[in-house]
Every structure is written in C-alpha cells, then in structure tokens.
Design a protein around this ligand. Structure first.
Ligand SMILES: C[S@@+](CC[C@H](N)C(=O)[O-])C[C@H]1O[C@@H](n2cnc3c(N)ncnc32)[C@H](O)[C@@H]1O
Length: 287
C-alpha cells in the first residue's frame, strides 16, 4: 500500500523516538537492579548510529531520562503479554512496534503468532539488524509495514491475522503521536477485530495534552536534539479507557508510579513530573 503520509526511518521523524526508548531498554538491561533484559537493544541502538546519540553526553542524558521508566513500562507489558498468552490469546499485535524485541525474547507458548506494525523503514532496519546478529524469533512473527493512519486493518489481515482468535493488543509509546481520527480508528478496529477473550493494554498519558508542550519537554528536546513537541499530536480527544468501556470492554487503570512502586522503584526529578499522569490501561473483552 502506498501511503500519502510522511515517511520516516529510525533516525528521523517519530522513528528516532523508537531508538530513544531502545536506548532506555539497553541501559536498563545493563543495570544490576534491572527489571527486564533486552539482549538486542544495545545492538539495535549501535547499528542505527544516530547523530543525535553520537556524543557520550547525549547518551548519558538519554539514559538518565528514560531508563527508570522504560524498565517499569517494559516489564509491565512483558507480563501483560505472557499472562494473555497463557490465558488463551493465540495472537499478539504490537502496534507501532518500533524496536520492540518481544517476539524474540519472551517465552511465548508454542503456536502464538506475533504481528508487529510500524512504518516500512523502521521495520526494515530492525529486521536487517536482528538478522545480522543471528537473532531468531521465539514465536511465529509477522512484520506488517503500514502506517497506522492508513488502512492498517487490511494489511494486518493480508499478513494472516485471524479475527476468530482471541488477541492481545499493545499500544505502547504510540498514542501521543497519533492524530485524533487515527486514534478513534485504531480503537474501532481493535474492537472489531477482537474475538471474545481478547485483551488490550495501552500506555496512556491522562489529562490535558497541552502539558506535552510544556517547558520541561522543550528543555529535554533541546538537550536531546529531538524536537518532541513537533512530533506530538495535541488535539483533544476522548479518554481511550472510556471509549473502550463504551464498547463493552472491562478496563483497569494502573498509575505508572504505583506500578513502579510494586517493582521497588520510584521516579525522581523531572521523571517524576513526566510520569505522574502516566497510566497503563488493561482491558478485556469477555465472551
Ligand atoms: C516511542 S516509539 C515506541 C516504539 C515501541 N512501541 C516501543 O515502546 O519500543 C514510537 C513508534 O511509533 C511509530 N509510529 C508513530 N506513528 C505511527 C504511524 N502513524 N504509523 C506507524 N507507526 C507509527 C514510530 O515509527 C515509532 O516506532
């Protein structure tokens, strides 16, 4: 499918944010008190050779900003997928998968199919790099190269997605970048494609989206050399948890600070401010 939308790679546009969070997972994986181990994250970051991360100072800054939180968020969604797969979800869909390596590193029950959706150049980069280092998927993996503002539902079906199989869906690090119409279409399609027993988890920043344009974000953007405010979509929209409740899903909300505390971790300084409104939504569609 040819997209009319802007295309990016792993060092440009929103693509660079996938690299930033992979840096967070690489840093987290190297910590003694790590909450996760992503053995592929460092190789992915190094292969990208991003000018924005070239200096030791930039890397240090990125690590400091994202490692604590990335450990918490990655662990939470790892557990979500493993619980869902053990509970009968035979498919997983990682929306805006970026450099997510769960298809390679989680202990999926046999027969589970994992679909990863992102823009073509992001997926090409990941596939090539993981292939070069000999990484092997731990599930039946399907990379679906499509823009989530286009007809991704057809692309997912063309890749073999089966609407009769209960599915575990994940939107991690995605909603801040999606325009309002695309977010509504995303939730609609998930609902339409979800067999009873399906589950969904979403990283959600509650409250006013204007906060994503605040001084602290601008300061961090300047330091990183990544213009975050220009990447965010700040139009008002309904709360995704409320939308799902309206469609018949049972929704649970876990504030990130509470999840972190459960893992024995606290956020401090600027991270505390960023994450105080962050929540993880977990939703189930009963039979
Ligand atoms: C912050 S990264 C998160 C990546 C991954 N979920 C993770 O947590 O590691 C944001 C990702 O969203 C993807 N993305 C944003 N908007 C998209 C769109 N319209 N279509 C496809 N992918 C999109 C980017 O390419 C990027 O990989």
């Amino acid at each position: 499918m040819t997209s009319t939308h802007e295309q990016w790679d792993i060092v440009s546009g929103v693509g660079i944010t996938a690299l930033a969070v992979a840096e967070g997972r690489a840093a987290e994986s190297a910590r003694e008190d790590r909450l996760i181990n992503d053995p592929y994250a460092r190789a992915l970051v190094d292969a990208a050779d991003a000018p924005q991360l070239a200096s030791a100072e930039a890397q240090e800054l990125m690590r400091g900003m994202v490692s604590d939180y990335m450990g918490v968020r990655t662990r939470f969604f790892d557990e979500f997928f493993l619980r869902a797969a053990a509970g009968g979800c035979g498919q997983a869909v990682i929306l805006a998968s970026g450099l997510d390596t769960r298809a390679f590193r989680l202990a999926w029950p046999s027969g589970v199919r994992v679909f990863e959706i992102d823009q073509p150049k992001v997926l090409e980069f990941k596939d090539r790099t993981l292939d070069d280092i000999g990484a092997k998927p731990a599930a039946e993996r399907h990379a679906v190269a499509v823009d989530l503002r286009d007809d991704w539902a057809s692309a997912l079906q063309d890749a073999g997605f089966d609407t009769s199989v209960p599915t575990a869906w994940l939107a991690e690090g995605l909603l801040p970048y999606l325009p309002v119409d695309a977010e509504a279409q995303l939730l609609d399609t998930i609902h339409r494609f979800s067999a009873p027993g399906s589950r969904l988890s979403i990283e959600h920043v509650a409250g006013d989206r204007d906060q994503m344009l605040g001084d602290e974000i601008r300061k961090v953007s300047d330091q990183w050399g990544i213009d975050l405010p220009s990447l965010f979509s700040v139009e008002d929209r309904p709360d995704p948890g409320d939308v799902l409740t309206g469609k018949g899903w049972t929704v649970r909300r876990d504030p990130s600070t509470e999840i972190a505390a459960g893992y024995g971790r606290t956020f401090s300084g600027v991270q505390e401010m960023f994450h105080e409104q962050s929540q993880m939504l977990t939703a189930r569609l009963e039979g």
